[in-house]
Design a protein around this ligand. Structure first.
Ligand SMILES: NC(=O)NCCC(=O)O
Ligand SMILES: [Zn+2]
Ligand SMILES: [Zn+2]
Length: 458
């Protein structure tokens, strides 16, 4: 079995921080300690580098059929780009087609990802049609290692379920110890506002933003918390963006309810002023939309308060040509933006180097908490003996500039074009293999494995 020794790095986990060596045998970490008296097949000098657990992005949409097109990163290109940014595991969304089974959808997604993913991956199951047949499949999905069930409270006619279905799904998932997650926005209200804006000839990207005011997210977040509380299911709100929604979670915690919350990197660092650009505003058309500075402040504080446990990306890239499907009508712009590659470097630069969050909080929200919530801990999400050797060597001083010319995502623009960041991923190790070094990919198509997940252990 091949061995790899990382020497003299600053090893940071959610609960420890010390300069030491890490020894890997095969795919697994076998020893951690100062000046380990061992030789290995390969040694990497990590002096001056931070070593963190491989990142976990639990919110990505790869090769996903959506709004009449497909997101432009495949499981191959998306997971490769993720690796370049230090994310070694992603959780992608399988979408049930309304009128069809969960199994059919899973088979379709397995067909796309198996043998093509470069980095490790798992799936959430998006339940878009909860009925007696779907109900009977919940247990099967959990047996497959798909223990989280995504709901959309918006996108009516395509993905949205109503409250009756939500209650039924939560009851069934609760019975089997799984987790229900939600895109928590009020779809009916949003559709009404979209229709009003279109009827008034208000068609620029700004009206995407104005069709999804804060109240649409706050209302649905509160409703989701309430139904989850009633059913007793483990619950998680994806891509939470704003103060009003986080206040609903705070309210839930006051009755001693626990609701996990994910925000995404863009909501921490980009704001709604970008929608004023009538052309390029399309690059950041996503749902929910970008919000205001006060919401960013609330989200950073929410991370430090432990109300927000995860920073994901909601990576859902579209080529500019695809975005231009909506050049004359904001409601036809495919929703989503590319970010899978830059989540960790952006969060480090904008969060850790500015002092907004600590390095250990960075590890928690980029890796450890997702591993615990989504049933992968301690195999993933930490640096400990017996864990998968998913390790990121990070150069905290190195400055670099984001550009679509150099990124690895299959997208011809970047919402962060020209941003200068401090802190760069240097080397990435996935299950004991050097996967990225000096900007080069060292593992190939098909190296990524499906990760069967267990239950929430947080
Ligand atoms: N978020 C977004 O704009 N696109 C992907 C689908 C979703 O997560 O709602
Ligand atoms: Zn969503
Ligand atoms: Zn999403």
């Amino acid at each position: 079995m091949a061995s790899l020794l990382l020497k003299n790095g600053r090893v940071v986990t959610a609960d420890s921080d010390s300069v030491c060596d890490v020894l890997v045998e095969g795919e697994t970490i076998v020893a951690i300690g100062r000046n380990l008296p061992v030789q290995a097949d390969q040694t990497i000098d990590a002096t001056g580098k931070i070593i963190v657990p491989g990142g976990i992005d639990p919110h990505v949409h790869l090769d996903m059929p959506f709004m009449g097109t497909f997101s432009s990163d495949t499981h191959e290109t998306g997971t490769r780009a993720a690796l370049h940014g230090g994310t070694t595991t992603v959780i992608d969304f399988v979408l049930q087609k309304q009128g069809h089974s969960l199994r059919e959808a899973l088979t379709e997604w397995q067909g796309r990802a198996t043998g093509t993913a470069v980095g490790d991956y798992s799936f959430h199951m998006a339940v878009t049609d909860f009925n007696p047949n779907t109900k009977a499949e919940i247990q099967d999905m959990i047996a497959e290692g798909i223990t989280s069930f995504k709901t959309f409270m918006a996108y009516k006619g395509a993905l949205m379920i109503d409250d009756a279905q939500m209650v039924g799904l939560m009851q069934e998932v609760s019975r089997h110890g799984g987790l229900v997650t939600a895109h928590a926005t009020n779809g009916d209200m949003i559709d009404t506002l979209i229709a009003q804006h279109r009827a008034a000839g208000k068609l620029t990207p700004l009206y995407h933003y104005l069709s999804q005011p804060e109240v649409t997210e706050a209302e649905a977040s509160g409703r989701f918390c309430d139904i989850a509380n009633y059913t007793g299911v483990n619950s998680y709100i994806v891509h939470l963006t704003c103060e009003g929604a986080l206040n609903q979670v705070r309210r839930a915690t006051e009755r001693n309810q626990r609701v996990f919350v994910e925000t995404c990197i863009q909501y921490l660092v980009l704001d709604a002023s970008l929608y004023e650009d009538e052309v390029h505003g399309a690059k950041v058309v996503m749902s929910p939309p970008l919000r205001e500075k006060k919401d960013q402040t609330t989200l950073w504080a929410g991370i430090n308060q432990g109300l927000v446990q995860v920073v994901g990306t909601d990576h859902c890239p579209f080529m500019w040509e695809q975005k231009m499907l909506g050049k004359d009508d904001f409601s036809k712009i495919p929703n989503g933006h590319p970010a899978i590659e830059h989540r960790m470097e952006l969060l480090f630069s904008e969060g850790v180097t500015t002092g907004k969050i600590s390095l250990q909080k960075f590890v928690e929200v980029t890796s450890t908490n997702a591993a615990k919530i989504f049933g992968m801990f301690p195999r993933k999400g930490t640096i400990s003996i017996g864990a998968d050797a998913d390790l990121v060597l990070f150069n905290p001083e190195k400055k670099h500039t984001i550009s679509a010319d150099t990124h690895h995502m299959n997208c011809d623009y970047s919402a962060y074009e020209g941003w200068e960041l401090t802190g760069k991923v240097d080397t990435v190790i996935l299950r004991g293999q050097v996967a990225v070094q000096n900007g080069e990919t060292k593992v190939g198509r098909g190296y990524g494995q499906f990760i069967k997940r267990g239950k929430t252990a947080f």
